[in-house]
Design a protein around this ligand. Sequence first.
Ligand SMILES: Cc1cc2nc3c(=O)[nH]c(=O)nc-3n(C[C@H](O)[C@H](O)[C@H](O)COP(=O)(O)O)c2cc1C
Length: 164
Amino acid sequence: MTTRIVSYSRTGRSRALAEDLARALDGGISEITCSRYGGPLGYLRAGYDSYYSCLPEIDVAPPIGPANWLVIVAPVWVTHLATPTRRFLRAHRHLPPVAGVAVTRGGHGLLDTLREEVAAARPGFDTPLLALTGKPDEPRGRKLAEFVEAVRLVQSAPASLRVA
Ligand SMILES: Cc1cc2nc3c(=O)[nH]c(=O)nc-3n(C[C@H](O)[C@H](O)[C@H](O)COP(=O)(O)O)c2cc1C
């Protein structure tokens, strides 16, 4: 059973979370990169694109390869998954199923939009969602452990239960 962590991070918080999850789930990381959101205007472009659902060009390295499951890690932007991750999920419809989605966020707003996006990534399933701030002083051990357990449960379900 192989798990691929697919991570996007603009300022490093989601990347640190991806590294924790890679260790806990014994998976490799494929990183989404997107040059559009670097530099001084990156924040503004990120906000604009998120609001208007403009999905940017991305690269993914190393390639996903023959994994059984994906775990998605990304920041929340304007209540959605960050646009590079939305692009990934939209462009890669024939990838392994998503066993869990973990986000870092400033902490404001509801998670309703996000829950809908997570549900759309794997229709018909209650995909585990972990939401943290990703700040260095955040106590996250319990939430992280619960998420890892939920992902493991999804992965251990018989294949017959996984068909929508
Ligand atoms: C354009 C933009 C929009 C954001 N929108 C939200 C939001 O709607 N809700 C929230 O809680 N945090 C929001 N944030 C804060 C990020 O989710 C938070 O800083 C995140 O941990 C950054 O992750 P990263 O370091 O992996 O890039 C936003 C950040 C950016 C750049």
